[in-house]
Write a protein that binds this ligand. Structure first.
Ligand code: BGC
Length: 736
């Protein structure tokens, strides 16, 4: 087999590599643990340590990137004599990242995490994961820094768009499926950022404070489920602190929970620039990533020196390197090296469009204004750079197609990262797609810079489609939930001028909608990816029936949030990478909501959101009924969904736990996305993870004996039908 190293031009390495590879193939046990143990036993300490730190594979600092290594997030050299392949790492969950155009190539941009989350479809997540892994392979990468599953605790968090939602079961199942899809193509995936990484302000030094039980029932549970389902080769620890210790040097989280309680066998890699000391190795970190961003290559010579004098380090470097090797073997990275090949752009575009079409959420549809009749003669399209493309989120996850962005608007200066933080628009114009579907109409565009001008044009149109965009980026939270740069005023002016209007949103996450009652339809398209324009038009014209359901709560205002003021907004300057002053800490109290993230917080406070978690409309209608829940050792829920309207459509059945012997609650315990023809009904049975019925107490997971009440929901707020079941007491822990 032709190895990646050969393609990279390091020819001297080829023959040794190929021979060693044949020897490996003869290892018929094919057991990742035993293979890792025997390779590790044959290593020198210098070789062990060489696997434990890497560089950022882009021009930064005085590090030389070896010839043939593709520009991407990271690189860790292999060990030729033992046939250990190099690790070539690229971001991220939304596709092979653009790294500011350094490679000169493009890749398929999947829709944002929020759009993926809105599909409620683990199958589609798997398909998307497999697709971007194939592209990663074709570009020379064998590690995807994907699997972003932090819970959205604050809709202003700059990376909310990368994540899947606010519920641990939903994020865990969808994130785990994406990881499984990626690794099915012999590309290692991470899950990240472990753990509690909801906002970007002071991201390298904010300190999330939370009771461990609450964390185990929320953010940790999302990771736990994703790890069980996806078996990721690596877990990336976060920048922030958790209960006082940096997440990458956090004995309790890494050694105590991840490795001991959950028995995680892969390796923990640091986030880029998140390592502060060599003793993070003792606290549970296995590999230092992008070391030129740190003050020192802590996991290089200092680790080797420590291993010489201290048995604890000696044991650790053996364990750390075994963990890396184990994942290499378990995912088959050694026997399936990446080989550079052209990317199948059409296949990528088809997957991106499918995710966008299934993830777009129809929020409002007054008088059935959508789908659009083909009869409109004069259509006005306003704003959002809809003439050029669709918006994407900024930072390391940014992907661009061939030819680069359609429009690029840098917004904050931050040295070498400016290009990664531009407001980049994908080359998929909604205006062009609308024109293609309405050839009989005159379709006019106004950029929406002036509300008065847009309103004048609206008066002369039969129908107005106005775009609202909210750009989000890694490194920077948004100040509030308005549409920036006066777009709310444009929408309000257009709505006043012409009641026949539709608002299409391209936002990172939830926004406020001061104009909601004055507009006809509202379509939440998120950042819809490489074929976003086509997907939006397909929804508007009814070629596709909307089926997305919100994976996050849209608050009516920030006053309803657990922390109405964004933590650190007044004291910390925005910065992509800033470590802060020595010793600087920004404490954030997550005990306010604890495990009650998102819709659970709204239920607890009895607050009415703008749109609830799980909500979304369709062009058809559904009847939901027949909820039954069985208890016992393997609890499950069953329910029936029926398409009672006149079009093909998909519904997402949602079952919530609403009361336990401890009191009222609201927890998603089961869901299923089902495609239905008009008149068709299906009954589905979904297992319920017992952790969702339990609380974490001093004894571990604990189900209190008594009555548990469940509801079938059209959303977390719209509960249709209830049933109860009696459960016996049950307690379990990881050490039993
Ligand atoms: C981000 C990670 C990313 C890494 C490598 C960091 O800034 O937090 O999500 O994988 O960079 O690019």
């Amino acid at each position: 087999m032709k190895s990646w190293l050969c393609c990279a031009g390091l020819l001297a390495a080829c023959s040794t590599f190929a021979v060693a590879q044949r020897a490996e193939a003869q290892d018929t046990t094919n057991n990742a643990d035993s293979r890792a143990a025997s390779t590790e036993a044959a290593m020198t300490d210098a070789e062990r340590v060489s696997l434990l730190h890497g560089i950022m594979a882009m021009p930064y600092g005085d590090v030389k990137i070896p010839e043939g290594v593709p520009f991407g997030a990271g690189y860790i050299p292999g060990i030729e004599r033992l046939a250990v392949p190099p690790l070539t790492e690229t971001d991220a969950s939304l596709g092979v990242s653009y790294v500011g155009g350094l490679r000169g190539d493009g890749a398929t941009a999947l829709p944002s995490g929020m759009a993926m989350g809105s599909t409620w479809s683990p199958e589609l997540m798997h398909k998307g994961g497999a697709r971007i892994a194939d592209e990663a392979h074709a570009k020379g990468f064998n590690v995807l820094l994907a699997g972003g599953i932090n819970l959205v605790r604050d809709p202003r968090g700059g990376r909310a768009f990368e994540y899947l939602g606010e519920d641990p079961l939903h994020s865990g199942l969808l994130g785990g499926a994406a990881v499984a899809g990626i690794q099915s193509r012999h590309v290692i995936s991470t899950v990240k950022h472990f753990v509690l990484n909801p906002t970007e302000t002071g991201r390298q030094f904010h300190n999330g404070i939370i009771d461990e039980g609450a964390l185990r029932m929320s953010d940790l549970l999302a990771f736990e489920i994703a790890i069980e389902k996806g078996q990721p080769g690596s877990v990336m620890c976060a920048y922030n602190k958790v209960n006082g210790a940096q997440a990458c040097g956090n004995d309790r989280m890494l050694n105590g929970i991840l490795k001991r309680d959950w028995g995680y066998k892969g390796w923990v890699m640091s986030d880029w620039g998140a390592v502060r000391a060599t003793d993070f190795a003792i606290e549970g970190l296995d590999q230092q990533s992008g070391a030129q961003l740190d003050a020192s290559v802590f996991f290089g010579q200092p680790l080797l020196d420590a291993a010489k004098r201290d048995k604890r380090y000696r044991d650790r470097i053996a364990d750390m390197s075994r963990r890396v090797l184990r994942s290499i073997y378990a995912v088959g990275v050694d026997s399936n090296p990446p080989s550079k090949a052209p990317v199948d752009a059409a296949a990528g575009a088809a997957v991106a469009q499918e995710i966008a079409e299934k993830g777009i959420v129809l929020l409002q549809n007054r008088d059935g204004i959508l789908p659009l009749a083909a009869s409109a003669k004069r259509i006005l399209v306003v704003g959002g750079y809809a003439d050029a493309g669709v918006l994407s989120g900024g930072g390391s996850s940014q992907v661009q197609g061939q030819g680069g962005p359609a429009v690029s608007l840098p917004t904050i200066e931050d040295g070498p990262f400016t290009a990664m933080m531009a407001q980049n628009f994908h080359r998929s114009s909604p205006l062009a797609a609308i024109r293609a579907r309405a050839p009989q109409a005159e379709v006019v565009f106004r950029d929406g810079r002036y509300p008065a001008e847009a309103a004048l044009a609206a008066k002369n149109a039969d129908l107005v489609i106005v775009f609202g965009t909210q750009w989000m980026t890694e490194g920077l939270d948004v100040a509030d939930l308005s549409l920036p740069q006066g777009q709310d005023a444009v929408i309000a002016a257009v709505a006043k001028a012409n009641p026949n209007n539709i608002v299409v949103l391209e936002t990172g996450g939830p926004i406020a909608m001061p104009w909601k009652d004055d507009v006809g339809a509202i379509v939440e398209a998120w950042y819809p990816g490489a074929r976003g324009g086509e997907a939006i038009a397909a929804i508007l014209f009814g070629d596709v029936n909307p089926s997305g359901r919100l994976p996050v709560t849209f608050p009516a205002s920030v006053a309803q949030l657990p922390r109405p003021a964004l933590p650190g907004a007044e004291t910390v300057a925005p910065s992509f990478g800033g470590h802060g002053k020595p010793g600087q800490t920004l404490d954030i109290d997550y005990n306010v909501e604890g495990a009650d993230v998102g819709y659970r917080w709204f239920a607890r406070k009895q607050e009415k959101p703008l749109y609830p978690f799980g909500y979304g409309l369709s062009y058809t209608s559904f009847e939901r009924s027949g909820l039954a829940v069985s208890g016992g050792a393997n609890p499950s829920a069953s329910f029936t969904l029926r398409n009672s309207g006149g079009r093909d459509g998909a519904d997402v059945g949602q079952v919530y736990l609403v009361e336990t012997p401890r009191g009222k609650t609201r927890r998603l315990v089961a869901f299923a996305r089902v495609d239905l023809k008009p008149g068709e009904a299906r009954t589905v049975e979904v297992p319920i993870d017992p952790r969702l019925l339990a609380d974490w107490t001093a004894k571990g997971w604990t189900i209190a004996p008594g009555t548990y009440r469940f509801a079938l929901g059209a959303s977390a707020e719209d509960l249709i039908e209830e049933t109860s079941v009696t459960l016996a007491e049950r307690t379990w822990n990881y050490r039993q």
